[in-house]
Design a protein around this ligand. Structure first.
Ligand code: ADE
Length: 212
């Protein structure tokens, strides 16, 4: 999967994408990360990407020309890619969306900054997602969350293959059961007896029971 990220702050990404499973996915050739610096598409000598909102109001908005030019460049690299916009106004991002995105051949993620963007860019967007009811300073952190949740679902990325299928939120509402590892007793707290029983049917029933 080719993942192209349109951002004013590409330096925010490597610490996350070049670590652990996200790096491994890239190392195995299962995913490719490309950064497109929105500033390169800025207008004029000052490479302007923002402007004041019509009708007044606080802050600055991303201008449509640089954003659309960057999307079009990304589309040239990958015409089939899905274009995603993280925004507090989008539909709630949930596991079933991650699953759907993991089947795409490519993603282009546009990361807004400032107080938002000119609404006309949405004509070039396939999916708008909110990662929760709070407002962040930009789309970079939501983009990383989306990438992490998608890449781990690509076949071959996770070690324990089927775990992505059976785990939490598989249907957007179940919560994973509690898990324990050694030691059997830690600061007076014991691992639930049933998990030491070796009785797999009983363990499975207990785990189901713990899910809410
Ligand atoms: N940008 C700022 N806040 C956001 C949120 N909650 N979800 C997605 N994108 C955002």
């Amino acid at each position: 999967m080719k993942i192209q990220i349109i951002t004013l702050f590409p330096e925010m990404f490597p610490a996350v994408l070049e670590t652990s499973m996200l790096w491994k996915a890239k190392d195995k050739g299962l995913v490719e990360y490309n950064y497109i610096n929105l500033r390169d598409f800025g207008l004029g000598r000052r490479k302007t990407v923002d402007d004041t909102p019509y009708g007044g109001g606080d802050g600055m908005l991303l201008k449509p020309e640089p954003v659309v030019a960057a999307i079009e460049r990304a589309k040239q690299n990958d015409p089939e890619a899905l274009v995603i916009l993280p925004t507090p106004r989008g539909q709630r991002y949930v596991q079933s969306e991650a699953k759907a995105l993991s089947k795409a051949t490519g993603l282009i993620i546009v990361c807004p900054r400032y107080e938002g963007y000119d609404e006309r860019i949405t004509k070039w967007i396939d999916k708008q997602y909110s990662i929760g009811n709070y407002v962040l300073t930009g789309g970079e952190l939501p983009a990383m969350i989306i990438i992490d949740s998608v890449v781990r679902l690509i076949p071959g990325v996770l070690g324990g293959e089927t775990s992505a299928e059976i785990e939490s939120f598989a249907d957007d509402k179940t919560i994973e059961y509690p898990q324990y590892t050694r030691p059997e007793e830690f600061k007076g707290m014991k691992v639930p007896e049933v998990l030491l029983s070796g009785d797999h049917a009983k363990i499975e029933a207990w785990r189901k029971n713990q899910q809410s």
